[in-house]
Design a protein around this ligand. Structure first.
Ligand SMILES: Nc1ncnc2c1ncn2[C@@H]1O[C@H](COP(=O)(O)OP(=O)(O)OP(=O)(O)O)[C@@H](O)[C@H]1O
Ligand code: SF4
Ligand SMILES: [Mg+2]
Length: 326
């Protein structure tokens, strides 16, 4: 089956600083793919590049973004814009990124329906209420008259999801959609996304720094580090047999049953901000297994149809003592 979306060797620079390097992954129709990595690893820049929403000084400097086999990066900006909202939609951590504070909820959802679905104003107003109901908003008719600032954070998140769904996208990119919400609302929103996905058959890219959320919600995961994909695999492979020392470190830092929050393990060190000057493995400074050979460029080693990792020592497990010594 042809992938819905295939990202091949994507490179992005902000002015002269390179922030993405050879990023490749694909997603099949209806699939849920998790993209996980620490802050600054390039998750949002990847999503914005796919959507054609990267703003200056950000620039795609290489690679391809194939949508049903067609390279979106070669499309004129107008055609890319038309795909946005209809073929693919994105939701963000902060709903006000895409909600307009001076328009009512009705106007914002109706606009998507008129633009992408060709509805009349009257049809759109009726359908807007349906969408609010679908995303679990009580008294939808009353809420349609509200402005975004009159709603709670969780409710704004739901309105943003309703807007995204109104275009009937084949792919929804959810960029840390629940990070700003409390735990109960977080769980409700993720449940809602899963239900809507089951109903519409859309594919979803779930972006998060939380490997736990990937386990619960995705079929496959892509692990990013310092602007590169360092491992990809099915959720089962990533959790039971992680190949890259960074994925092994992320797993170690997941909270375990009965463990105190303040005792949680964190990988020592920080993500390098610049890729320039790093010819070899970008994780070397923090990796307990680093050796001389890691200073050479690392390519992806594949060991199953779904799992591959960017490390010549893939599958050497990092022992507790080695992590502790770092
Ligand atoms: N507008 C910008 N101007 C300059 N650099 C930027 C800009 N946006 C992102 N970057 C840089 O690109 C890199 C990747 O950022 P990105 O926002 O994609 O990270 P992320 O993985 O989404 O992190 P987070 O989990 O914090 O959202 C970072 O080094 C960041 O500083
Ligand atoms: S290439 Fe070397 S430094 Fe990088 S993850 Fe593998 S062992 Fe660690
Ligand atoms: Mg981000």
């Amino acid at each position: 089956m042809q992938p819905l979306l295939e990202v091949q060797d994507l490179e992005v620079c902000f002015a002269r600083r390179q922030v993405l390097r050879r990023v490749s992954f694909s997603i099949a129709p209806g699939e849920t793919l998790g993209i996980v990595g620490e802050s600054g690893s390039g998750k949002s820049v990847t999503a914005l590049s796919i959507m054609g929403l990267l703003s200056r000084p950000g620039r795609v400097t290489g690679g391809r973004v194939l949508w049903h086999g067609e390279d979106l990066l070669q499309l004129p900006p107008d055609s890319h814009r038309q795909l946005r909202g209809k073929a693919m939609a994105m939701i963000f951590q902060e709903p006000m990124t895409c909600l307009n504070p001076v328009y009512t909820v009705e106007k914002q959802i109706s606009e998507v329906l008129m633009l992408h679905r060709g509805m009349s104003k009257k049809e759109a107003a009726e359908a807007a209420a349906d969408y609010l109901e679908q995303v679990g908003i009580a008294e939808p008719m009353a809420r349609l008259r509200n402005y975004p600032h009159e709603l709670s954070g969780g409710m704004r998140q739901r309105v943003m999801i309703a807007m995204a769904l109104a275009g009937e996208p084949e792919l929804l990119i959810a960029d840390e959609p629940t990070t700003a919400l409390d735990v109960t609302v977080q769980a409700q929103i993720l449940d809602l996304l899963k239900q809507l996905q089951a109903k519409t058959g859309m594919a979803m890219i779930l972006i998060t720094h939380d490997l736990g959320l990937v386990a619960e919600n995705a079929e496959r995961g892509v692990v990013m580090y310092a602007g590169e994909v360092v491992e990809e695999g099915s959720v089962e492979e990533l959790f039971t047999n992680p190949a890259h020392p960074y994925t092994q470190g992320l797993l170690r830092s997941l909270p375990r049953w009965g463990e105190q929050q303040d005792m949680l393990y964190t990988i020592p060190g920080t993500v390098p901000r610049r890729l320039e000057g790093i010819a070899g493995c970008a994780f070397a400074e923090r990796c307990p297994l680093a050796e001389e050979r890691c200073a050479e460029p690392q390519s992806m080693h594949r060991f199953s149809a779904t799992q591959a990792a960017r490390c010549w020592r893939t599958k050497d497990k990092v022992g507790d003592a080695e992590w502790q010594s770092r």
